[in-house]
Design a protein around this ligand. Structure first.
Ligand code: SF4
Length: 417
């Protein structure tokens, strides 16, 4: 019987014939923590009596969520993680390097890898064909010590994509449309597996955006096949040898199939306070926005800044709207500077933050005021997400964000492109 992508990867990593529903113990390739979840993992690792990392494990620590630190308690957490990295010879990406999921995609994840991270958006690496999922800090601590962990192999939902994105429509619109259709619990503990003739037209940055938000529908993983697009991306990153083709079997069994024609999609926005509360951007015209945020592990990549710069070139943002931009990594920031995007965005009135999570989780760098509304390219919009339960968060693509910054109200980007 054929296997889904999830079953294929878990079979290899567990050395068994894993089928959905099976409990397997699988060898982990990469384990990472970040600065809000990592301190607990370190303490649990020590409390469990582990003295060193499992030999086979590649462990990475990221200081990205509160970077640079806005308060002494977070600074102390950063010190604890730096000490742990030194003591265990783990890799450390310090303040200023960028968001963990972006760096994992740029430099670490490979097709067929099994990756666990103490962060729910670990799923992002599924865009490269890695079975990547978030786990609690304690589970991650045990994986660090043992080099393996257990899974229930998930059932898979096939998302069959056809056609091409029309002008002004992007991967973010696709994933918001999907979550709007199936709901925030529509894929709970399933693997969302993307396939279809459109896949070869979808770039790796776009795949990362879609995989990143799989967890917003409750999915365990969001998985793309590893194909020539994957090979070319890895090659551009200087990691050609990390490529291996990875496809589901033709006779794999899926729990259900969802068909989406990209040509029929339109710029889409998630309204407060859930990701499945979607509307078309044009239906929300007139909704005043006080702050626009472009960044995060969902949409802070070079292509995202390029789209925003194209819309804002030789223009000024609305005088009553702030535009805050956090490149997803140092590499993204440097490439955007080289391409002139940062200059364009600064001239348009944007505030450029250091690479990292920025205001995404409400710790610093753009906390909203009571009653204020933000159009964000992030992945979550529940109450309080950006630091104020009395604020309103709308989610959209970088193009919708840039068009909204220009007009001061939610705007379909096709109006200004
Ligand atoms: Fe989490 Fe936002 Fe950071 Fe992504 S950018 S890892 S969603 S806080």
């Amino acid at each position: 019987m054929g296997k889904t992508l999830a079953e294929k990867i878990l079979s290899v990593k567990s050395g068994s014939e894993a089928k959905s529903g099976d409990i397997v113990i699988a060898k982990v390739d990469l384990i990472f923590v970040q600065d809000t979840t990592g301190p607990l993992s370190v303490k649990q690792f020590q409390a469990a009596g582990f003295e060193r990392l499992a030999n086979s494990v590649k462990a990475v620590l990221f200081l990205d969520h509160a970077a640079p630190s806005p308060g002494h308690e977070l600074s102390n957490d950063h010190m604890l993680l730096r000490d742990f990295a030194r003591e265990t010879s783990s890799f450390l990406y310090d303040v200023g390097e960028g968001v963990c999921h972006q760096i994992v995609a740029e430099s670490l994840a490979k097709p067929g890898d099994l990756i666990v991270g103490a962060d729910s958006h670990t799923v992002t690496a599924g865009g490269l064909g890695a079975f990547a999922c978030g786990m609690g800090s304690t589970d991650v601590a045990v994986a660090l010590g043992l080099g393996k962990t257990w899974f229930r192999a998930p059932e898979s939902i096939k998302v069959a994509l056809s056609g091409r994105f029309p002008d002004g429509v992007y991967a973010k619109d696709l994933v918001l449309h999907l979550i709007g259709r199936i709901g925030v619990d529509g894929a709970t503990y399933k693997a969302l597996e993307f396939s279809g003739d459109a896949i070869s037209n979808i770039s790796i940055p776009e795949r990362l955006t879609v995989a990143n938000m799989a967890v917003e529908a409750g999915a365990k993983v969001g998985l793309f096949p590893a194909d020539e697009v994957t090979r070319d991306y890895l090659s551009t990153q200087g990691r050609k040898s990390h490529y291996q083709p990875l496809f589901p079997d033709d006779d794999a069994i899926y729990e259900q199939t969802i068909n989406i024609s990209l040509a029929e999609l339109q710029p889409t926005v998630a309204k407060p306070h859930t990701v499945d509360n979607i509307a078309l951007a044009r239906e929300l015209k007139g909704t005043k926005i006080h702050q626009v945020f472009i960044g995060t592990c969902t949409n802070g990549r070079l292509d995202d800044l390029a789209v925003a710069a194209r819309i804002l070139k030789r223009k000024k943002i609305h005088p009553e709207t702030r535009l805050v931009i956090a490149p997803a990594s140092r590499g993204v920031l440097m490439a955007a500077m080289g391409a002139g995007y940062i200059q364009t965005l600064l001239e348009a009135g944007a505030i450029i933050l250091p690479p990292g999570c920025g205001p995404c989780l409400g710790l610093h760098q753009g906390v909203l005021g009571a009653g204020e509304a933000c159009l964000s390219t992030a992945n979550r919009n529940f109450k309080g997400r950006m630091g104020n339960p009395e604020a309103f968060i709308y989610l959209g693509s970088p193009a919708t964000a840039a068009a909204t910054a220009l007009k001061g109200e939610i705007t379909d980007p096709r109006e200004v492109m």
